[in-house]
Design a binder for this molecule. Structure first.
Ligand code: PAF
Length: 331
């Protein structure tokens, strides 16, 4: 059944059961299953709440959001595939598996590409970022806005990290992201791509030594309970994305599409606000929780960048060097 016929069918039933006092046309309700990997108290949860709140403020109960936090609908790849199949309506995800759906997205996963959060936000909200959102149409997905996680840092149980030599042989969980995997291979680590729902168990069992994620994730997922060392490496920016299924989109009026776009943008702003807070308070919080924290100096970061030389050559085989230079030059 198409969404159009589903809407009409539901409206007809509502009309039939509404009784003699009924005036006007009954509105069908659309369920929006919204899946995301982290807890309700995380930056994802904050964005999900805002998304619903803004839609509800204008659309009333025409859309019923059902939240599935903490990977309640599976790993991020599975959820995106659910959107393509039309079994899930909405998601908020990292860039972990996005380049498997829209390869151009991977350009933002290049290590040490962005100077700071403001730089990343300017690029994502500008023509380069918006062009990439539009490319999701060809993958049967509707990308509404760029959200954010922050800069990624390394946590592990083996040793403190001050330079590339310290990650040699480190069994480090990465996202299923070819750009990140290449980076850690080049540094001599043993990257282990893994879907997020398996990570905490693998850290507890010691099948991996560590993982890398922004402070927003390290704090909200309580990684201090299973990880000893935190290296504030900021080795790569971690964007997030708010997506809906093509099916949901095609079943909506132009006004509702606009409303969903506006709500997703407001959700992204809320998410960035959460990240701003945790970027200033997160390290102290994790120290308090017992983690041994080291922050890479500018020189130490430069040493990592230098060690990544051959990885950059590989990236330029995939991503236009001119585009990368344009991103770097964005003020
Ligand atoms: O590391 C990841 O896979 C992602 O950053 C996470 C934690 C699932 C949030 O999107």
């Amino acid at each position: 059944m198409t969404h159009f016929t589903k809407h009409i069918g539901a409206a007809a039933i509502a009309l039939a059961v509404s009784g003699p006092g009924f005036v006007g046309v009954a509105q069908a309700q659309q369920e929006v299953k919204l899946g995301y990997a982290l807890a309700v108290e995380s930056h994802y949860g904050v964005a999900a709440e805002k998304w619903e709140e803004v839609v509800e403020a204008e659309a009333g109960d025409r859309f019923t959001f059902r939240h599935f936090p903490s990977s309640g609908l599976g790993g991020e790849r599975e959820v995106i595939e659910g959107l393509q199949l039309g079994t899930v309506e909405a998601t908020i995800v990292s860039s972990g598996t996005l380049s498997n759906f829209v390869p151009e997205t991977g350009v933002f996963d290049i290590p040490f590409l962005f100077r700071d959060l403001a730089h990343a936000r300017t690029v994502l909200d500008g023509p380069i970022g918006q062009d990439i959102l539009a490319k999701f149409d060809d993958a049967g997905l509707v990308a509404l806005a760029w959200g954010e996680q922050g800069f990624r840092h390394i946590t592990n149980n083996r040793n403190a990290i001050a330079g590339p030599a310290d990650v040699a042989g480190l069994k480090l969980r990465t996202m299923e992201n070819p750009i990140h995997i290449t980076a850690f291979e080049t540094l001599g680590a043993a990257p282990t791509p893994m879907a997020w729902p398996e990570v905490i168990g693998a850290l507890q069992q010691g099948t991996i030594d560590g993982q890398e994620n922004p402070l927003s994730v390290i704090t909200s997922a309580n990684l201090s309970e299973v990880q000893k060392y935190l290296t504030v490496s900021g080795h790569v920016y971690s964007p997030a994305m708010l997506l809906v299924s093509q099916q949901l989109w095609d079943g909506m009026s132009a006004e509702d599409q606009e409303l969903f776009r506006k709500a997703a943008s407001e959700a992204a702003v809320a998410m960035r606000g959460f990240v701003d807070n945790v970027e200033t308070s997160g390290v102290a919080q994790l120290r308090e929780a017992g983690m041994e924290v080291g922050e890479l100096s500018t020189e130490q970061k430069a040493a990592f960048q230098e060690a990544l030389g051959s990885a950059y050559e590989q990236y330029y085989g995939t991503y236009d060097k001119e585009l990368v230079d344009q991103i770097i030059a964005t003020e």
